[in-house]
Each structure stands twice: as C-alpha cells, then as structure tokens.
Design a protein around this ligand. Structure first.
Ligand SMILES: [Zn+2]
Length: 212
C-alpha cells in the first residue's frame, strides 16, 4: 500500500500540473473516448502506456484473459457485456480493440497448464466461456506439441474468438451496419513490448508498426 500512496504523492507533485487543464476540461465536458480497449487484467499489459493514450482517450475493460463472451451469455460475464454496450451505445466509440498477450495466466489455465483450485468457482466458470478456443486448437493446431506454441496459438485464437463474439451484440451489429464502428484484434508480446494486429487478408497477426 505504501508504494501506492507514494505514487499518488508523486503524481500530485510531479505530474498533475501537466494534466490539470485536461482533467478540468474532461470534468466539464464529459468523456468522449475514441476506443473501447478490451485487454487482460495482467499487470504487465497497460493499455494507456503501450498506446501512449491520455485521460479521456480509452474506455478500458480489463478482465481475466481478455475474454469477450457471446451476447447471449449471462451471469458472471455481464460486466464485460455491459461495458461493450455502454461504450458502443452511450459513448459512441469509433473503434473496439481486443488485445491479448503472451504468457497469459488465463490461457495457461484454460489449457489445463495452470491448476484452478476448488475455491475459485467463478474463475472456472469464467474460463469456460472461452472453451470453444480449445475446440479450435484441437481442430486446427493438432500438429503443435510444444506447450509454449500451443499457449501462443490459444492466446491468438482467444482474441479472434472475442472478435467473432462482438458481432453477436445488437449494438455492435447496428454500428457496423452504419459503417461507424471498426473492430480490431491485437496481440501484445510482453518480452519486447511489441504490438501485432490481425490482418484478415493474410489471416495472421502482423506487426502494428514498422520499426526501421
Ligand atoms: Zn492474461
């Protein structure tokens, strides 16, 4: 806790001056984020840092494994669905990014490589939402035997699963039909902090920016 308090102190004394006007403006005019950014709760994936976004830019959903449930799923998954509806209907974001990442604990658990204890029934139910990813892995990646390669493939497929599921939300369907919403599947590689984006033409994740 002490680290958090020191951080707050540092922010107020060193950084806040740079943001004073922006926060006042956002308070008076309300937020108008351009993007709904759905990513993992993992402490190493910081949406604002890796996209250099400012307060007011991103509406961020962080959940375990950046899972986007189909619209019909209820119960524990409601908060992600609610955030999607709020961002698309009320805030009118122009873009939705689902950003998966390497070394994801949720994906490892989904694959049975990390054990989920009996006292974590919510976590077990939540990961079940992404179980179709296991079917895809069985069908399309049976040749992969290396655990790390399987985990990577599952993490990428989980992002594409989420992208498919976004299409099941009526609010998303309406905005796509209007041509006012774009959907993106991204992948963050922790070791190098590189971002990849899914390219529908080549059906592959390719580097988001070219670094010369
Ligand atoms: Zn994760």
């Amino acid at each position: 806790m002490q680290r958090l308090i020191e951080g707050v102190h540092k922010f107020r004394s060193d950084q806040f001056g740079n943001y004073r006007k922006l926060f006042r403006k956002l308070s008076q005019e309300g937020q108008n984020p351009h993007t709904l950014f759905i990513t993992c709760s993992d402490s190493r994936v910081l949406a604002e840092l890796i996209t250099q976004s400012k307060p007011g830019d991103l509406f961020v959903v962080k959940n375990v494994g950046n899972i986007v449930p189909p619209a019909g799923v209820r119960g524990d998954t409601n908060s992600t669905a609610a955030a999607i509806e709020f961002a698309v209907e009320n805030l009118g974001v122009s873009d939705i990014v689902i950003c998966g990442h390497s070394q994801c604990g949720a994906i490892s658990a989904l694959l049975g490589q990390t054990r989920i204890g009996d006292s974590s029934p919510h976590l077990r139910d939540w990961l079940k939402v992404a179980s179709p990813v296991l079917e895809t892995l069985k069908k399309e990646y049976a040749h992969l035997t290396d655990p790390e390669a399987r985990e990577h493939a599952a993490a990428e497929e989980n992002v594409l699963f989420g992208l498919d599921n976004l299409h099941s939300y009526p609010c998303v369907q309406n905005r796509l039909a209007d041509g006012t919403l774009r959907l993106h599947a991204w992948f963050f590689k922790i070791a190098t902090a590189e971002l990849y984006a899914f390219d529908p033409q080549s059906q592959q994740f390719i580097p988001l920016v070219r670094e010369d």
